[in-house]
Design a protein around this ligand. Structure first.
Ligand code: NAD
Ligand code: UDP
Length: 335
């Protein structure tokens, strides 16, 4: 099939492009490179020995997108493009609503005009909010605590409403838990700008000597060691989940929200320890105050993904640590 991947130069998008190409799909990427580099696409091509058709275009650019749809026969869209920094979204909500929500409206409008009505969307476990208890199941009530999360919740709603009005649409709303790791080649991976917000890139930057020590945000949570528990998922498993979601979206005229996680939670200190054993590298840390807005525990119920997509994760936490480390140590400055 011919798959349009918005945000395909980004972390999860680039790994998904590899899986798509390896499964003989044609890949067309639209990315404005606001949080990525074209080099990621070159490396996807090197890994797969296949070509990606790349457009440096903003999804807010109606005419540009229209031209992409006019110049290519597109069967479905995997929609990753979006801004994702929670803290920044609190500082600049309009930027987030504009980029993520308006961007999706423009994209879906152009899709509709060209009669492309299949979409796989990058949602997030953040839509489960602060009050639900893990394991999190897809039918739980949604709520959010920051504009980033709200964009995900609204976009899910927009896709559902679009389907309600026209049952020719189908969509899969993938709620990711915590993607980490990298392709085993070590040539593509997560390349955060500035100080990483997320745990694993912070750990690898300490390990590679770019930062002095990890700050652990609180050790007084109600968890086995007091530090926050999350469901870390290898980005290659996640990427494979998108292929399954794509198949499902092509076959079924419906909208489904589906968790992509492992179903197992690990604490911050579990992560530090597994990283040490898996990579033989010690990560110095200090305990500091809780980060505002963090919850104690978040992990997925994975039954729906297994049932509807026939998908399960294959890689364990040590694989994730090793692959994150290979990417970081081979590319200390990113791309
Ligand atoms: P990323 O920033 O690496 O990738 C997003 C890509 O979208 C980037 O290449 C960026 O340049 C591009 N982009 C952003 N706005 C655009 C626009 N207006 N037009 C064109 N391109 C645009 O992020 P990622 O980690 O790969 O995340 C991909 C998607 O998954 C995002 O929507 C994100 O919110 C969601 N998600 C990520 C995580 C995570 O922890 N990484 C968790 C849950 C959900
Ligand atoms: N965390 C931490 N130090 C950091 C970054 C994260 O202790 O520098 C903790 C955070 O409090 C949470 C876990 O690591 O318990 C995962 O955080 P991340 O930001 O990666 O994911 P999210 O909280 O968005 O699920």
């Amino acid at each position: 099939m011919n798959i349009l991947v918005t945000g395909g130069a980004g972390y999860i998008g680039s790994h998904t492009c590899v899986e798509l190409l390896n499964n003989n799909h044609n890949v067309i990427v639209v990315d404005n490179l606001s949080n990525s580099k074209k080099e990621a696409i070159n490396r996807v091509e090197a890994i797969t020995n296949k070509k990606v058709k790349f457009y440096e275009i903003d999804i807010l650019d109606k005419r540009g997108l229209d031209l992409v749809f006019k110049s290519n026969t597109i069967d479905a869209v995997i929609h990753f493009a979006g801004l994702k920094a929670v803290g920044e979204s609190v500082e600049e909500p309009l930027k987030y609503y504009q980029n993520n929500i308006t961007g999706t409206l423009v994209l879906m409008d152009i899709m509709k005009r060209h009669n492309v009505k299949k979409i796989v969307f990058s949602s997030s476990a953040t839509v489960y909010g602060m009050n639900n208890v893990s394991p999190l199941t897809e039918e739980l009530p949604l709520s959010t605590t920051n504009p980033y999360g709200t964009t995900k919740m609204y976009i899910e709603r927009i896709i559902r409403d679009t389907y309600q009005a026209d049952n020719e649409w189908s969509g899969t709303l993938l709620r990711y838990f915590n993607p980490i790791g990298a392709h085993h080649s070590g040539t593509i991976g997560e390349d955060p700008k500035g100080v990483p917000n997320n745990l694993m890139p912070f750990i690898t930057q300490v390990a590679v000597g770019k930062r002095e020590k990890l700050s652990v945000f609180g050790n007084d949570y109600d968890t086995h060691d007091g530090t926050g528990v999350r469901d870390y998922i290898h980005v290659v498993d996640l990427a494979k989940g998108h292929l399954k979601a794509l198949e499902f979206t092509m076959k079924n005229k419906t909208i489904e929200a589906i968790n992509l996680g492992t179903g197992v939670g690990y604490s911050v200190l579990d992560m530090v320890d597994t990283f040490r054993v898996a990579t033989n590298t010690k990560v110095p840390y200090q305990i500091i105050d809780r980060r505002p807005g963090d919850i104690a525990t978040c992990f997925a119920d994975t039954k729906k993904a297994k049932e509807l997509l026939d998908w399960e994760t294959e890689k364990n936490l040590a694989d994730m640590c090793r692959d994150s480390w290979r990417w970081q140590s081979d590319n200390p400055e990113g791309y």
